[in-house]
Ligand binder design. Structure first.
Ligand code: NI
Length: 272
């Protein structure tokens, strides 16, 4: 379903919308089984679940093209849509992992900032198990300075955090049931706390851009056209996986994430 006019207005003024029903509860349960099967497989699945997951697993490729996700995304981005990234943010039961306050726009090198994340809840995500929190309206601020911490339990690539105090008394938790999603703008300040509960929290974050967005720091970047027509050609097309973790898909994933890595980790002298 497309967003309603009040939902679009909320996105424009607050920088997010939630909850939105994206997929059925039963589909979310099936996805959870597929993720947990991948986690238990003999191939070390973490790199494939973390970044560009749609290049490695057919079910992730299906999810980034799901009409229940894309109809809402189209309401804020228009009809020509690329998927630039997709990956899981998983917190286990009693997991100290957290996400520091940050703006996604900081290290991606993408311009203009007309970029939306669809965060699809695969398990329930609530205050008790470390749901994402956002600071409403902060997407209207300019880029805020960030510092890298590389903190051990930080789920972000560089442990990046906003270098000034965030007024988190204004923060709102985006509580979601399995199969619901939130949309948030690339410049919205957000983060999440550890999971002290006995329940796992699984979410799949999909990054969508309109086709006119450009990569400004890397000479080459790639994305998958999921709806409409690409009249700009700013991103190299990606290959869909023929089967989960087949040899061609793993090789393609490795090549694509290798160049992405140089964007995300630039200036640190490190790789992910
Ligand atoms: Ni983020």
């Amino acid at each position: 379903m497309p967003l309603t006019q009040p939902q679009i207005q909320h996105y424009l003024t607050q920088g997010f919308v939630a909850p939105i029903r994206a997929i059925a509860t039963a589909e979310a349960a099936q996805l959870r089984q597929q993720v947990e099967a991948a986690e238990a497989a003999p191939i070390a699945a973490t790199p494939y679940l973390r970044n560009k997951t749609h290049l490695a697993f057919t079910w992730a490729d299906t999810l980034i093209r799901h009409p229940g996700v894309l109809d809402a995304v189209e309401s804020v981005l228009g009809p020509d849509i690329l998927c630039w990234g997709a990956g899981f943010f998983i917190k286990n039961a009693h997991d100290p992992s957290f996400v520091s306050w940050h703006q996604d726009s900081t290290y991606w090198g993408l311009d203009p900032a007309d970029i939306v994340t669809a965060w699809v809840a695969i398990s329930e995500s609530d205050i008790g198990n470390g749901a994402m929190r956002v600071v409403p309206g902060t997407h209207l601020l300019d880029q805020i300075a960030h510092r890298d911490t590389f903190a051990e339990d930080n789920l972000l690539s560089r442990g990046q955090e906003i270098a000034v105090d965030v007024d988190d008394t204004r923060a709102v938790a985006l509580e979601l049931q399995p199969g619901e999603m939130s949309l948030h703008h690339v410049s919205l300040v957000h983060g999440s706390a550890p999971n002290p509960s006995s329940r796992r929290r699984l979410g799949f974050a999909i990054r969508y851009l309109p086709t006119y967005v450009r990569q400004t720091v890397a000479t080459r970047d790639s994305a998958t056209l999921v709806r409409g027509v690409d009249r700009f050609g700013n991103f190299a097309p990606e290959q869909r996986p023929a089967a989960d973790l087949d040899a061609a898909a793993m090789a393609h994933h490795g090549e694509i994430t290798g160049s992405l890595n140089t964007v995300l980790m630039r200036g640190t002298g490190l790789t992910m």
